[in-house]
Design a protein around this ligand. Structure first.
Ligand code: PGA
Length: 253
């Protein structure tokens, strides 16, 4: 059974003190989450990670990073390695977010290098995939998503796939208030799962969690999570406040 993963992507919000405050509030309000129905994670900016990890230690809320570099160490000014993330207590790492693809020119090949390294160092990658509005309008949504999935997973052995989470985030739905309809999202999620079947096999595809991301809010979370191939959410804006994130994590109520 796939337990939905609700991960908050804090993006470049929250200074060190604000991050600790939000983590403290989440620690309180998420105490009673039904672990059979929902798993919560937060992905703060890298500089906030140690503070957030220390607040959330011993709770059921896991901490993730938003990016990493695909090397263990070296002369790569400004970058952070998977080893460093591990040593800081990080569990998940978001890779290939559309903002990284767009503003930092990350290619499928670069992202694949990061996915491989994350797995090698015991991190759980959240591989983001998704088409832009112009792709969807031109009828290319499936092709783009397939290229993101196959490119991102290239060379990943089957036995590592249980550690991989995929996040489908249509770029036109991120931060815009325009959510994909549950049917639109389900259609692509089913297609992603079919793509994983063709790359691996059915059992592997059934084990992989596929999150939806893009304007997930308390009022649409329940319907989205009700779709057969939607196994969680990657939440941006609504993850920045404890009450809205709590409501999404407890979508089953
Ligand atoms: P949003 O962001 O929930 O603010 O649309 C989602 C994301 O970019 O991960």
């Amino acid at each position: 059974m796939r337990i939905p993963l609700i991960a908050g992507n804090w993006k470049m919000y929250k200074d060190v003190n604000e991050a600790v405050e939000l983590a403290q509030s989440l620690k309180n309000v998420l105490k009673d989450v039904d672990a059979n129905k929902s798993e919560a994670a937060v992905c703060p900016p890298a500089i906030d990670i140690p503070g957030v990890v220390s607040v959330l230690k011993g709770t059921n809320i896991r901490v993730g990073a938003q990016n990493m570099y695909a090397k263990q160490e070296g002369a790569f000014t400004g970058e952070i390695s998977p080893l460093m993330l591990r040593s800081a207590g990080v569990h998940y790492v978001i890779l290939g977010h559309s903002e990284r693809r767009e503003y930092f020119k990350e290619s499928n090949e670069m992202i694949n290098g990061k996915v491989r390294m994350a797995l090698e160092y015991g991190l759980f990658p959240i591989l983001c995939v998704g088409e832009k509005l112009e792709d969807r309008e031109a009828g290319r949504a499936f092709d783009i998503v397939k290229a993101h999935v196959t490119g991102g997973l290239s060379g990943i052995p089957k036995e590592k796939m249980a550690n991989v989470v995929i996040a489908y985030e249509p770029v036109w739905a991120i931060g815009t208030g325009k959510t994909a309809t549950p049917d639109q999202a389900q259609e692509i999620h089913a297609f992603i799962r079919k793509t994983i079947v063709s790359l691996y096999d059915d059992a592997t595809a059934q084990s992989v969690r596929i999150q939806y991301g893009g304007s997930v809010k308390p009022d649409n979370a329940k319907t989205l999570m009700g779709m057969p191939d939607i196994d969680g959410a990657l939440v941006g804006g609504a993850a920045l406040k404890a009450d809205s994130f709590e409501a999404i994590v407890k979508y089953y109520k």
